[in-house]
Design a protein around this ligand. Structure first.
Ligand SMILES: Cc1cc2c(cc1C)N(C[C@H](O)[C@H](O)[C@H](O)COP(=O)(O)O)c1[nH]c(=O)[nH]c(=O)c1N2
Length: 233
C-alpha cells in the first residue's frame, strides 16, 4: 500500500542499494559478448533521465564499436599512462605499472558521454553563477548509466587517462562539446566484491564517520545518534 511519499517496497530498495554497492569500475573482466540493442537503449534512457541544471540535458552519447577508432583512443591512453607512471617511484611505480586501467579493446562497446556547453543558449536556469553546472549534470548521467548497467549485469569502466584534445579530434567533436566521460561497456566474468584499486592495495575506502562534519568543516558531529549509526556502516 502506498502512502503519499510513495516509498519503494523493501525489495525495490534492496535492488537500488544493490546496484549502488555492487557497481564496480571494470577493466579486466570484460567478455566479448555483444550488448543487445534493447539493453543498451535502456541504460542510455536511464542516463538521459538524470537531473540537469535548468533541464539543460547537455549530454550526447557517442556509441563506438569501430576497432580503428578504439585503437586510436588506446594509443592516447598508452601515451598518457606512460606519463602518469612517471609520477611515482620505486615500489609504487611498479604497482602503478601493474594496474590495468582500461578495457578499450576487450569491451564490445565504448561510449563517450559528452557535454554540449552551449545547449539551450547562453542563459541556462541555475547556471548563472557557476558555469560548471553543465559538467556536473553530465556526471549524473554517467552515474545513472553506470548503476543501470550494473542492474543489467553489464560492467562499465571509466577511462580518463586520455588527452582530451586528441579524443575530441578522434571523435570529431564540435568546438563547444566537451568529452566528459570515455566509458567501456560489456558483460563481465565477475563483478569484484570491492574496488580493484583496494583489492590491489593502492587505496582503501575511507571511514564514512570521518567524512561527516557538523555545522562546519572539521567540526565534530553533535548529532550523537547519527554519529553512532555512521560507525556501524
Ligand atoms: C571521474 C573518474 C575517472 C576514472 C575513474 C572513476 C571516475 C569516477 N576510474 C575508476 C575508479 O578508479 C574507481 O571508480 C574507484 O577505484 C572505485 O572503484 P569502484 O568504481 O567502486 O569499483 C578509473 N579507472 C581506471 O581504471 N582508469 C581510469 O582512467 C579511471 N578514471
Amino acid at each position: 500500500m502506498n502512502n503519499h511519499n510513495d516509498p519503494f517496497t523493501e525489495a525495490q530498495r534492496e535492488g537500488l542499494y544493490r546496484a549502488i554497492f555492487e557497481r564496480r569500475d571494470v577493466r579486466s573482466q570484460f567478455l566479448p559478448d555483444p550488448i543487445p540493442d534493447d539493453v543498451l537503449a535502456r541504460i542510455l534512457k536511464a542516463a538521459h533521465h538524470a537531473p540537469s541544471v535548468g533541464f539543460m540535458q547537455p549530454w550526447d552519447f557517442i556509441v563506438i564499436d569501430s576497432l580503428p577508432v578504439r585503437e586510436q583512443v588506446l594509443a592516447s591512453f598508452d601515451e598518457e599512462n606512460a606519463k602518469a607512471a612517471e609520477n611515482y617511484t620505486g615500489e609504487r611505480k611498479e604497482t602503478y605499472r601493474s594496474l590495468k586501467l582500461q578495457g578499450i579493446i576487450e569491451s564490445p562497446i565504448n561510449l563517450c558521454i559528452t557535454c554540449d556547453r552551449s545547449r539551450g543558449g547562453p542563459h541556462v536556469l541555475g547556471r548563472n553563477s557557476i558555469m560548471e553546472m553543465d559538467l556536473f549534470s553530465t556526471c549524473l548521467a554517467v552515474q545513472n548509466l553506470w548503476l543501470s548497467a550494473r542492474a543489467e549485469g553489464i560492467g562499465v569502466g571509466w577511462v580518463s587517462i586520455l588527452d582530451q584534445d586528441r579524443l575530441s579530434d578522434i571523435l570529431q567533436l564540435p568546438e563547444q562539446v566537451y568529452p566528459l566521460a570515455y566509458l567501456c561497456l560489456g558483460y563481465v566474468s565477475e563483478f569484484l566484491g570491492q574496488p580493484e584499486l583496494q583489492a590491489k592495495g593502492w587505496r582503501s575506502r575511507l571511514p564514512l564517520e570521518e567524512l561527516v562534519h557538523g555545522n562546519g568543516w572539521g567540526k565534530p558531529l553533535d548529532q550523537v545518534g547519527l554519529s553512532e549509526q555512521l560507525k556501524k556502516h
